[in-house]
Design a protein around this ligand. Structure first.
Ligand code: IVH
Length: 677
């Protein structure tokens, strides 16, 4: 019996260590060594043993991350060393002033060595380890005292419950930032919105809200991460004498440190690091609001000391804000190609995320209700990276007395037809079909767009005029336009008229996939159009396909199949197709080859720079083998092609265990399947 118990005890210790090793590889090093299923198996084995021997359950067991300690108490924790903040620099001059002050105080003309770290946009936390075990975690609070959040912090997998390594000091305090990566934030907000709950304005808020939960079981479900940026111990002689060295030490104890961190010798290199990081900002998997420069030498840090609440040896160089306040001057309704009626907020122009924004999409009426938005309201506008500006929050306290309700329109603003909303759908649509000039304009715009038939010179302005003057009702009418017709239009010269007629004529023999895409069938994007063209070979075969036949195609499910069928069943679409034929438009046929299916059903991702081909070429070649090429890496990605200087997509692929090919691997694969150009 006691033999059995002691062998169970040994096995439990071994399992704890092995599981924590896998956790560390997965959450800290982004380099998993086993598939999820194997991890789950080990975890279950430990759980079973712990159920059998409850008295042997260790507080630091990986099974005890959630709900083991009492729920987060938020009791006051006085910081042994105050948690300071950073001075900000808003431009290059302010950075140069900072560096000058540092060198003056150090009485040196030599360039100073700085550590450059991304300034993560999350919350500062302080973690106390005694004899290598996490005993207390606290928020920053007012810098002198914060709140005890130990139970919640324990749920974050990138926080080690016990420090790794044989020799750890008796007392260690690690500080760093808890944050929510962008993908996790978007996923969380999507779930909250689907449940009709309040969403978070930004990842920082979401991280704060998640740490502020009373129940650590709730925090455990939130995608939080922690990255260390400083350390304190009682006996400093055990630490290296540079900041970078200390961070390496902290990393070896099992913490995540920022992989973008680098050293800069002198202020010039700091500025280069600032610009490089700003360029990379959009593609980083987490939000940053600047870059922090810290004097690397700890001796120099000590000589520089502190002023009131900030160190003299560090500065935060801020990036342009991605969130600003502005006023909604009006809400208008736009009608899209498929009749979808979208509310758009007209804003008092505001500089946000590096550009001036005067419109923001409101998606649909439900969104307006969810936000509680009225015209005249002051709102938070957010624009991160290249994302379309969004209204994320209404500032209730700034609502003026004359704020107006947004009225759901009953009739289409462009054609007056009824607006209908199908039960269960969030989108309201104009029922006017191609009678509606707005839908007609959008259909023509789409047909002529670059990825569709690419009709040069047929821009938005001319499409508006042609439709408004009733010269063009359907895309077929384009081919009947003569230079003489066009020259009657204001500001259309002889040469432009001739060019436009020629450009339209030149589009009359499109590749089949482009033509299918150009038709603007709902939810048939470029990739689906390509799959359909390859699968069916001719438009006639596609038109004749029933739902079952359509669903044989990769990416086509019952909804898209339904859209395709109903498109071809509409009499006016059939008329337009006949009319196009009558006007001499001939869509090419596509050979349905076996080669086309070598990578069928697979999603590939390209990242970094390739030497022997452009990204577009690589994309076209992979697609010719049936693959779909996507922009982001997920568990379902079949393979990532990583060229020179591949960044976060490669890291993500590695952390998810997605196969990675280098350029040579790609070339060989293409060659094997006979794709040479
Ligand atoms: S160092 C004494 N490093 O910025 C220096 N702070 O205004 C203390 N932050 O409250 C901070 N990334 O939440 C430091 N790499 C980084 C940081 C960072 C984000 C936050 C932190 C702090 C605030 C300072």
């Amino acid at each position: 019996m006691s033999d059995k118990r002691s062998s169970a005890e040994q096995r439990m210790a071994a399992l704890r260590e092995e599981i924590e090793d896998h956790n560390h590889r997965y959450y800290v090093l982004d380099d998993p060594q086993v598939p999820d299923a194997e991890y789950d198996r080990l975890f279950r084995e430990l759980q079973v043993l712990e159920r059998e021997y409850p008295e042997l359950v260790a507080a630091s067991s990986p099974t005890q991350r959630v709900g083991a300690a009492a729920d987060t108490s938020f009791a006051e924790v006085v910081h042994r060393i105050p948690m300071l903040s950073l001075d900000n620099a808003f431009n290059e001059d302010e950075l140069r002033d900072f560096d000058r002050r540092v060198r003056e105080r150090l009485a040196t003309e030599e360039p100073v060595c700085y550590v450059c770290e991304p300034k993560l946009d999350g919350l500062a936390v302080s973690l106390h380890y005694e004899a290598g075990v996490l005993v207390r975690a606290a928020t920053r609070g007012d810098g002198f005292a914060g709140e005890d959040i130990t139970a919640n912090i324990r749920t974050i997998r990138s926080v080690p419950l016990t420090l790794r390594g044989a020799q750890v000091p008796a007392m260690v305090e690690v500080r760093g930032e808890v944050y929510m990566p962008k993908a996790g934030f978007e996923g969380l907000n999507k779930t909250l919105a689907e449940r009709g709950e309040k969403t978070f304005v930004n990842p920082r808020n979401a991280a704060a809200g998640s740490l502020r939960q009373k129940k650590s079981t709730v925090t455990a479900k939130r995608p939080l991460e922690m990255c260390a940026y400083s350390v304190a111990v009682e006996d400093e002689s055990v630490l290296p004498n540079t900041h970078a060295g200390c961070l390496e030490q902290v990393h070896s104890w099992g913490f995540r440190i920022n992989p973008e961190m680098r050293l800069a010798h002198g202020v010039e290199e700091c500025w280069q690091a600032y610009e490089a990081l700003l360029n990379k900002r959009a593609e980083l998997p987490y939000e940053i609001d600047g870059i922090v420069f810290k004097v690397n030498d700890l001796g120099q840090q000590r000589r520089l000391g502190f002023v009131s609440r900030a160190p003299r040896w560090a500065v935060a160089q801020k990036f342009p804000a991605e969130e600003m306040l502005t006023i909604v001057e009006d809400v208008e309704f736009q009608v899209g190609r498929t009749g979808a009626v979208t509310p758009v907020a007209r804003l008092q122009p505001v500089f946000v995320g590096g550009v001036t924004v005067s419109n923001a999409t409101l998606h649909n009426m439900d969104e307006i209700e969810r936000l509680g938005l009225k015209i005249g309201d002051t709102v938070f506008i957010r624009r991160a990276g290249d994302v379309i500006p969004q209204v994320v929050k209404v500032v209730d306290s700034k609502r003026p007395a004359d704020a107006r309700e947004v009225v759901r329109p009953a009739h289409c603003p462009a054609c007056g037809s009824d607006i209908v909303q199908i039960e269960g759908e969030v989108v309201a649509r104009c029922s006017g079909g191609l009678f509606c000039p707005a839908q007609r304009k959008e259909a023509i715009r789409h047909y002529a767009s670059r990825k569709a038939l690419d009709i040069e010179g047929l821009g938005d302005k001319w499409i508006d005029i042609l439709v408004e003057q009733n010269l063009v009702k359907t895309v077929a009418d384009l081919y009947r336009l003569t230079a003489a017709d066009l020259m009657k239009l204001e500001r259309m010269g002889e040469k432009s008229a001739a060019n436009l007629v020629a450009a339209i004529a030149a589009s009359a023999h499109p590749q089949l996939w482009r033509f299918i895409y150009a038709l603007g069938i709902r939810e048939v994007g470029e990739a689906t159009a390509k799959s359909l063209a390859r699968h069916f070979g001719t438009l006639e075969a596609l038109m004749a396909a029933d739902e079952e036949a359509l669903q044989q195609v990769a990416d086509v499910g019952p909804i898209v199949a339904g859209h395709i069928q109903s498109f071809f069943q509409q009499p006016h679409n059939q008329e337009t197709l006949n009319d196009l034929k009558a006007c001499g438009v001939v869509w090419q046929t596509e050979t349905v080859t076996e080669q086309a299916s070598a990578l069928a059903g697979q999603t590939w991702v390209l990242t970094g720079t390739l030497q022997s081909m452009t990204r577009d070429e690589a994309k076209a070649r992979l697609e010719s083998l049936g693959a779909k090429v996507a922009g982001s890496v997920s568990k379902k990605t079949a393979c990532v092609v990583a060229g020179e200087a591949a960044g976060s997509k490669l890291t993500r692929a590695e952390s998810l265990g997605v196969p990675v090919l280098n350029e040579q691997g790609l070339t060989e694969l293409l060659h094997q399947h006979g794709v040479t150009e």
